[in-house]
Design a protein around this ligand. Structure first.
Ligand code: NAI
Ligand code: AKG
Length: 411
């Protein structure tokens, strides 16, 4: 087994929320044996207990790693979100503690896009109501209110990885696609940008949301926006629950201003499958309710398990932070003949010269040095041709520099 400064068998990996077994297998294959696996998210007191001695933690969307929780995670080296969204982690608090956070930005995007397309067709055909009626022993064979999606306008709010795929699939069905994004985006196929959010809402037969949870998207669809939507049009939200004012949506559905909705995400979601689900949308036959499963397919979860575990292992073994969402990114080569020192520090002037002073005795050769900074944090990696004692002395020297957040030594 490759030797690390901290023996791999002593590195505790805490995996929550039933992340795929492919993640467990990836850690085992990389030599990590201390893996604590939980099928569910943990209530905060239990989370704090479990994370207290963990070096690596893997979560999905239900575990909130707040500044207070991170404060208790004294040994935590890195965090993996086995999903796209990272809003459940206090990214600034993690950065300030020198903890890179990784996610899987692509692996479940196709799964969400497929669900959205399926829901668009079902809602256009009024299938949710017809389904409920049949369940109640009713039979209303009628074409009234049922339409093909062909020729209808789909308005996508957020034209990123998921929005673009929904657009491409929708065009394959003959839909017209318009989108609204805060960034300038390359339009795929025949899609085109709407002049504004308001224009998109006014023109679309179906509006589908694909934005992240940020201050700019919080409650972005409220009563005034719903009012702008066409009478009888449909709303799909598989992004984040805080994007839509759910009470305003319920009212728009009750008043029949909207014809239907498909909602996968909610402002408050149950913590686990045993907890009750409460929503003003319950009981509305023209609403498809799903328990935040947009990305929950076996294909997506297996791929996410492999992708995020690989990023966590690479950081732990090699120091690479490529694609970290809150941290300076460095992609590092292997270092077979040198020892590698990692120094994470507050990004203040003069830090690099203080780091270099530690090696100024001229006793050893520096084989390579890498530096990257983002806003508050700097990350320097130094490969040195030193023996174990020298390397340990360098690590101690680096740790003593004021402004140091964390140091590690990799063999
Ligand atoms: N329901 C589920 O299970 C899943 C939900 N998601 C959610 O979907 C979101 C989107 O995923 P991706 O498309 O992969 O993300 P992405 O980052 O590729 O795309 C998001 C797009 O939204 C745009 N955007 C940000 N703020 C905006 C605003 N105020 N107005 C208009 N556009 C804005 C961005 O510029 C970007 O183009 C994720 O952040 C996550 O919250 C993702 C996967 C599964
Ligand atoms: O699968 C999950 O737990 C969350 C999926 C999701 O919302 C995401 O990837 O952002």
């Amino acid at each position: 087994m490759k030797k690390t400064s901290y023996p791999k068998q002593d590195i505790k990996v805490l995996l929550l929320e039933g992340v795929s077994q492919t993640a467990v297998e990836s850690f085992r294959a990389a030599g990590y044996s201390q893996i604590e696996f939980h099928e569910k998210s943990l209530p905060e007191p239990e989370l704090i207990r479990a994370i207290g001695d963990a070096h690596i933690v893997g979560i999905r969307s239900r575990t909130y790693l707040t500044a207070e929780v991170l404060e208790q995670a004294r040994r935590l080296m890195t965090i993996g979100c086995f999903c796209i969204g990272t809003n459940q982690v206090d990214l600034e608090a993690a950065q300030a503690r020198g903890i890179p956070v990784f996610n899987a930005p692509y692996s479940n995007t196709r799964s969400v896009a497929e669900l959205v397309i399926a829901e668009a067709i079902l809602l256009m055909r009024r299938i949710p109501e017809k389904n409920m009626e049949c369940h109640r022993g009713g039979w209303s064979k009628s074409a009234s209110g049922s339409y093909e999606v062909r020729g209808k306008t789909l308005g996508l709010i957020g034209y990123g990885h998921i929005g673009t795929q929904v657009g491409v699939l929708a065009e394959g069905l003959g839909m017209r696609v318009i989108y609204h994004d805060i960034e300038t985006k390359l339009a795929l196929g025949n899609a085109g940008p709407a002049a504004s959010l308001g224009e998109l809402l006014e023109r679309s037969d179906i509006v589908s949301l694909h934005v992240p949870e940020t201050p700019s998207t919080k409650w972005m669809i409220g009563a005034p926006e719903l009012k702008k939507m066409k009478r009888g049009s449909l709303l799909i939200n598989a992004s984040r629950g805080t994007v839509v004012d759910i009470e305003a949506l319920a009212e728009a559905l009750r008043s029949k201003h909207l014809g239907g909705a498909a909602i996968d995400v909610f402002p408050v979601e149950p913590k686990g499958n045993a907890d009750p689900f409460v929503s003003p949308l319950i009981g509305m036959d023209n609403v498809i309710l799903t328990p935040h499963v947009g990305g929950s397919t076996l294909e997506a979860q297996e791929n996410i398990g492999i992708e995020v575990a690989a990023k966590l292992v690479r950081y732990s073994d090699n120091g690479s932070t490529l694609s970290a969402v809150n941290f300076p990114e460095v992609s590092l080569p292997e270092h077979p003949s040198s020892r590698r020192l990692l120094h994470i520090h507050r990004n203040v002037p003069g830090m690099l010269s203080r780091i270099n002073e530690v090696f100024s005795s001229g006793e050893v050769n520096i084989d390579a040095q890498y530096l990257q900074t983002t806003g508050q944090v700097g990350y320097v990696v130094i490969d040195v041709n030193a023996n174990e004692t020298q390397a340990q002395a360098f690590k101690d020297g680096l740790a003593a520099i004021p402004g140091t957040l964390r140091t590690r030594l990799l063999y």
